[in-house]
Ligand binder design. Structure first.
Ligand code: NAD
Ligand code: ZN
Ligand code: ZN
Length: 233
């Protein structure tokens, strides 16, 4: 949540001061860090020379302060910031998944490749609606095709770990997004976000089925890329 902070305050929170900028270009605007930001957009006021460049506290990458503020303003404005170079996430990243429901239960059948355990079935349901300010076309309707969408995980230790993280990702609105479907080409529709799910149970006609020995590790990696981890921050 924004908690009333301005974009400048959010960005500043994650930055350290830089006394003398390196002789490098800012990779957001491609202008030298020693000079002014190349960003000419609206809503960015002048900053003092001492504050013109900042170093992201954890990864050390440096940018014009105004470039980071502009980047933040172009995103979800959820209080988090992602380094455009190394993808380190500052704060808790949230997405723009529309309102809906996530449910799961165990079914007494085994998935191909997981003969020794039962199966977790996740059911996602998102109805169509109107896009909010966080979506590509605010005020315009969005469609929601193929819901409820059923997904499967082995009910193993690792599968249950993935489920716990998916529940966190759902609360942070990271499982789905609104945009253009790469499968159907339809725009303004609910689409899967960056975390792959298996939507086939006993077959693999779409490539989104079992067996797939690397699947759980891949999903854990995709969740890590969104900073959804087992340990709390
Ligand atoms: P998309 O096509 O834009 O793809 C986004 C991501 O989802 C990609 O990483 C892709 O690999 C993955 N993905 C694509 N198809 C998938 C599937 N069947 N199961 C699991 N992951 C899949 O995203 P989208 O438009 O949300 O996904 C398209 C899929 O949604 C279709 O293949 C279909 O299963 C379902 N769908 C169903 C209907 C319907 O009327 N039944 C309509 C539209 C989409
Ligand atoms: Zn810049
Ligand atoms: Zn970085």
């Amino acid at each position: 949540a924004r908690k009333g902070k301005t974009p400048e305050e959010v960005v500043k929170k994650y930055l350290q001061k830089v006394k003398s900028p390196p002789e490098e270009d800012c990779t957001i605007c491609m202008e030298p860090l020693g000079g002014p930001s190349g960003y000419k957009g609206p809503g960015v006021g002048p900053v003092s020379r001492a504050e013109s460049v900042g170093r992201l506290a954890q990864c050390g990458h440096q940018y014009h302060f105004q470039c980071l503020v502009a980047m933040y303003n172009n995103g979800n404005k959820d209080g988090s910031l992602q380094c455009p170079t190394c993808k380190t996430i500052y704060g808790v990243k949230t997405g723009n998944q529309p309102a809906g429901k996530m449910e799961y239960h165990v079914i007494p059948h085994s998935l191909p490749g997981h003969p020794d355990c039962k199966t977790i079935r996740i059911i996602y349901n998102i109805p169509p609606g109107i896009q909010g300010p966080e979506h590509p076309n605010p005020g315009k309707p969005f469609t929601a095709r193929g819901f409820p969408r059923h997904c499967y995980l082995p009910d193993s230790e690792k599968g249950r770990k993935v489920l716990r993280l998916l529940l966190v990702a759902w609360d942070r609105r990271l499982i789905f997004s609104v945009g253009t479907s790469s499968t159907t080409g339809e725009s303004d529709t609910v689409i899967w976000n960056e975390v792959h799910h298996k939507t086939e149970f006993g077959s693999n006609l779409t490539g989104h089925g079992f067996p797939d020995p690397g699947h759980l590790d891949n999903v854990l990696e995709e969740l890590r890329a969104q900073a959804v981890r087992v340990n709390p921050y």
